[in-house]
Structures are given as structure tokens and as C-alpha cells.
Write a protein that binds this ligand. Structure first.
Ligand SMILES: [Zn+2]
Length: 171
């Protein structure tokens, strides 16, 4: 008798069982209860996270190059990079925080490909790897725009009401 193991709940089922039977040409991968409960989705998310983690550990430059090519195509940017253009430093050149390659999750410390001039595409000379936090902070702002934000922050933060001692204790 042929048995299959549902990779989500890890229970063993007979291929002809109620849980595994299918009307289509393809065998079921997950059992019916897992499919219905949505557990399968959580499992495949975890699975894809682990696969990404592995790819980011073995060849993070390839992953970033591939992602950049996809983004360029989607957004209509020029693209002429190859793997040698993706250089991942140990720390973010902007914030100095360590860059994590391969925890499989996007976090502030994830390496991220920045286009120096956001009007230009993913072209040689226009990309550098910085932390996702730095890239997110910069967005598509120009130097003049960032400068305006800094001047505005400096002005407004110095005008904030003085903090109450109670609220400092509470925090
Ligand atoms: Zn299952």
C-alpha cells in the first residue's frame, strides 16, 4: 500500500485515503485538513523563508542581482549589472551597523541595493549595497530633499516642549 507524508502536519496517509485523494492529474502534496486549515500556507511561507535563507547564505550577491533584475523589469529601469557589481560590505556604509546576509527575513540590517541616483536605473556605477534601514530612510529623495528634512528636523526638535520628569520615569 502506498503511503505519503503530508509535509505540513507530517502525518502519514494512504494515497487513496480521504485526506489525500484527488480528482486532478497531480498527486496532493498536503492533506485535505491542512489545505483547509491554512496551516499549509504557514508551512510554505516558512519553507520559502528557509530556502531564501539558504540562497542568501551561499550566494547573496546572486540573490540580490536576481532581485534587482526583477525590480528593474517591473519598474522599467535600465539594467546592465552583473555579479561583480554587487559588493556586500560587513557593515552598512551609512549607519555602520552589521549587515546580516541570510536570516531569510527582511530586517533593518539586511543588505539592500541602493541606486545612488534614483533617476537612473540599475546600471554600473550607480549601485551600492547599504542596509535596508539606510535605503528605506533615503527612499528616492535627492540630496536637496534630505538636506531640507535635516534642517526642518533640527529646527522643530529644538522647539519641542521640555520633557516632564514623570514621563521620563515612566519610560
Ligand atoms: Zn497535513
Amino acid at each position: 500500500m502506498d503511503c505519503v507524508v503530508c509535509p505540513s502536519c507530517e502525518l502519514k496517509f494512504d494515497v487513496d485515503s480521504e485526506e489525500m485523494r484527488t480528482d486532478g492529474p497531480m498527486p496532493r502534496r498536503f492533506c485535505h485538513p491542512c489545505d483547509r486549515s491554512g496551516k499549509k500556507k504557514a508551512f510554505t511561507n516558512e519553507e520559502s523563508r528557509l530556502r531564501m535563507k539558504e540562497r542568501m547564505l551561499t550566494s547573496p550577491e546572486k540573490v540580490m542581482l536576481c532581485d534587482a533584475r526583477k525590480r528593474a523589469k517591473k519598474k522599467g529601469f535600465e539594467f546592465n549589472l552583473d555579479e561583480s557589481d554587487i559588493v556586500i560590505p560587513d557593515t552598512c556604509p551609512v549607519f555602520g551597523i552589521p549587515l546580516f546576509k541570510g536570516n531569510g527575513l527582511q530586517c533593518p540590517n539586511s543588505p539592500s541595493l541602493d541606486r545612488l541616483d534614483s533617476k537612473l536605473g540599475y546600471v554600473k556605477g550607480n549601485v551600492v549595497v547599504i542596509s535596508w534601514k539606510a535605503n528605506d530612510t533615503k527612499g528616492d529623495s535627492t540630496l536637496a530633499e534630505i538636506d531640507a528634512v535635516i534642517r526642518w528636523m533640527e529646527k522643530t526638535i529644538t522647539n519641542l516642549p521640555a520633557q516632564q520628569p514623570e514621563s521620563q520615569q515612566a519610560a
